[in-house]
Design a protein around this ligand. Structure first.
Ligand code: SAH
Length: 215
């Protein structure tokens, strides 16, 4: 079967994103542009633009397109911001953030995934993404502070170092909760302190590391 991937992405944008209320035109453009299938093994390409996560090896998944778009929109990026991502995985979310104009610093705990993803991002020309192998719940202090931080795995609590590494003002967007019960949370840090907002239910793999779930 020959698939028109450009058309598949347009359909994904209309049917999965616009229909659920994603309306930031920059986010929609980025989602229409990033070739999601190229972040997956070729056996999965036919299914790449479906409304679900997919396996990427090491028991991990590429996030559902809607969740990537929702988190990107929640960060409120205008272009040229510095963003920290925890959980690089396939690199798809990092690529979307990069299309939004951000300089992306992404931390991945599984070395095998980090190395593979670094090669894919570089072959696709995403030069504004840097990947570090390590525990992302500790952040990446060297490049802090960040305008936005996004965690692509579910955390048991707010990882304190990530709030500390946020600029004022800045947003931290992450899923909080257990295996089957998670809420997408947005923390806003400003001069008056920290505010928490709930953006709805979601389903991510569990976050590991110091401020994650125990292995
Ligand atoms: N946004 C990614 C999602 C990958 S799934 C994508 O679309 O492909 C979540 C990723 O978080 C996994 O690759 C997992 O290995 C990684 N991860 C889990 N705990 C982590 C931690 N403490 N630090 C860094 N990465 C972590």
């Amino acid at each position: 079967m020959i698939i028109d991937y450009v058309q598949a992405r347009e359909r994904m944008v209309q049917e999965q994103l616009v229909s659920r209320g994603i309306n930031d035109p920059r986010v929609l453009r980025a989602m229409a542009k990033v070739p999601r299938h190229l972040f997956l093994e070729s056996e999965l390409w036919d299914d790449a633009y479906g409304d679900h996560p997919l396996p990427i090896g090491a028991d991990q998944t590429i996030s559902q397109p809607y969740m990537v778009a929702l988190m990107a929109e929640a960060l409120g990026l205008k272009g040229a911001e510095k963003v920290l991502e925890v959980g690089t995985g396939s690199g798809y979310t990092a690529a979307v953030l990069s299309e939004l104009g951000a300089e992306v610093f992404s931390v991945e705990i599984v070395e095998e995934l980090a190395l593979k993803t670094r090669a894919i991002l570089s072959s696709l020309g995403y030069r504004s993404v840097s990947i570090l192998v390590g525990d992302g719940t500790l952040g990446w202090e060297e490049h802090s502070p960040y305008d936005g931080v996004v965690i692509s795995a579910a955390a048991p609590c707010i990882p304190r170092p990530l709030v500390e590494q946020l600029k004022i003002p800045g947003h931290l967007v992450f899923p909080m909760g257990e295996k089957e019960l998670q809420t997408l949370v947005r923390i806003r840090k400003d001069k008056t302190g920290i505010r928490e907002e709930y953006l709805g239910e979601c389903l991510f793999v569990k976050l590991r590391g110091r401020y994650g779930w125990e292995d």
